[in-house]
Ligand binder design. Structure first.
Ligand code: ATP
Length: 357
């Protein structure tokens, strides 16, 4: 296992990039902890696979270095990097049995025979494939084949990192949850450095200790699930994490007061003489709908009953504002919205404004 240092790393698929817009991966500088579980999360085209391929060695970055432990591996081929990879679709040998597939990466590395038997048996047990151990992979379901793929990545102990590229895409929803939990357990057990690419926030948040959120080629935040929820560093993170996402409402901020239309909201921090293109971010969970005259008058456009709670879609001063209403509360006739001041974040040009309390 190794810590992974990304040093001034950037990549453009153009031979002569002219501007920042030509970079599929904008400059990133970061150290990922040895034994950490990281998820690369973001929408299609944001650069996740580009970054993963640079880490695995399938792609050489236009600039910067990638360092495993103390070794600069930027110019090394994938097979020289001691990494295991699990792809979106199963990569297994159909003519081999489940056990033979799992043993294969170990035989290749000349691991002693009894050690191979021990580790293969352990992996079969962990993946719950006991009943199929001696069956040829050919006739197995897509789920089972992908389990073998996961096993082939996890069976090795001598890896710097295990990279997963959307590995649960072909898995049925119930099994997805099981496998995700299993991966988490395996991470705890073996403490491999794991990097998991996904565009699914649930997968990212349940798997990772730290989630790396990417947007338009840029790493916009690296944080724990809690940090991403409480203090999104970029409005995109607020919007992308959470369901529904964070409200982002244009506002004027003067000192310790934000103004939305004619309505003033007291802030818990002072933003001095900050002005210009400012947005107020608040999660729907912290918007209370009632008839309280102290609240902002809102127009409700839709009510979505999710069962345990309702999602209220509304507008304030013509701008969208979502709220979450607990089960059992009814939608008022003259609704107003009260914002929980302690949960408000202020953004300028989409980036979080950090101030002392
Ligand atoms: P997805 O979830 O759809 O796989 P992603 O977040 O992994 O997306 P990348 O595949 O890294 O995104 O793509 C980032 C950008 O780089 C996109 O604009 C994509 O069109 C571009 N790109 C990716 N591969 C190449 C390539 N081989 N040549 C040119 N441009 C590429």
């Amino acid at each position: 296992m190794a810590k992974i240092t990304l040093e001034k790393l950037a990549h453009s698929y153009f031979p002569y990039p002219k501007s920042e817009a030509d970079f599929a991966l904008k400059e990133i500088n970061h150290v990922w902890d040895d034994g950490g579980a990281y998820a690369l999360l973001g929408p299609s085209g944001c650069g996740k696979t580009t970054l993963l391929n640079i880490i695995s060695g399938l792609l050489t970055p236009s600039t910067g270095n990638i360092i495993f432990g103390d070794q600069n591996v930027t110019r090394l081929q994938p097979e020289q990097r001691d990494i295991a990879q699990v792809f979106q679709f199963p990569v297994i040998y159909d003519t081999m049995t489940v056990a033979e597939n799992l043993a294969f990466p170990l035989i290749n590395r000349q691991v002693p025979k009894d050690e191979i038997s021990r580790r293969v048996a352990e992996m079969i047990d962990i993946l719950d494939l006991g009943a199929k151990a001696n069956r040829k992979a050919k006739g197995l379901t897509a789920d089972e084949k992908q389990k073998i793929s996961l096993g082939r990545g996890l069976v090795r102990h001598d890896v710097n990192a295990i990279l997963f590229d959307e590995p649960l895409t072909v898995i049925d929803p119930h099994m997805k949850w099981q496998l995700r939990t299993k991966l988490k357990d395996l991470h705890r057990q073996f403490e491999h450095t794991m990097i998991y690419v996904t565009h699914d926030q649930t997968e990212a948040l349940t798997f990772a200790d730290k989630v790396v959120v990417m947007y338009e080629g840029e790493v916009v935040q690296i944080g724990t699930p809690e940090e991403l929820f409480d203090r999104p560093a970029h409005t995109f993170v607020g919007y992308f994490i959470g369901s529904p996402g964070m409200n982002v409402v244009p506002a004027d901020v003067q000192g310790q007061t934000a103004q939305i239309g004619n309505y003033k909201v007291a802030l818990t921090k002072s933003y001095g003489d900050l002005n210009g293109n400012i947005e107020l971010g608040i999660r729907p969970e912290f918007v209370k709908i009632s008839e309280d005259t102290k609240g902002m008058p809102i127009q409700i456009t839709a009510v979505e009953d999710i069962g345990r709670y309702k999602i209220i879609r509304a507008t304030v001063d013509g701008k969208p504002l979502d709220a979450v209403m607990p089960e059992g509360e009814s939608v008022p006739t003259h609704p107003t919205a009260l914002l929980d001041s302690s949960k408000i974040n202020i953004y300028k040009d989409s980036h979080l404004v950090r101030v002392e309390a």
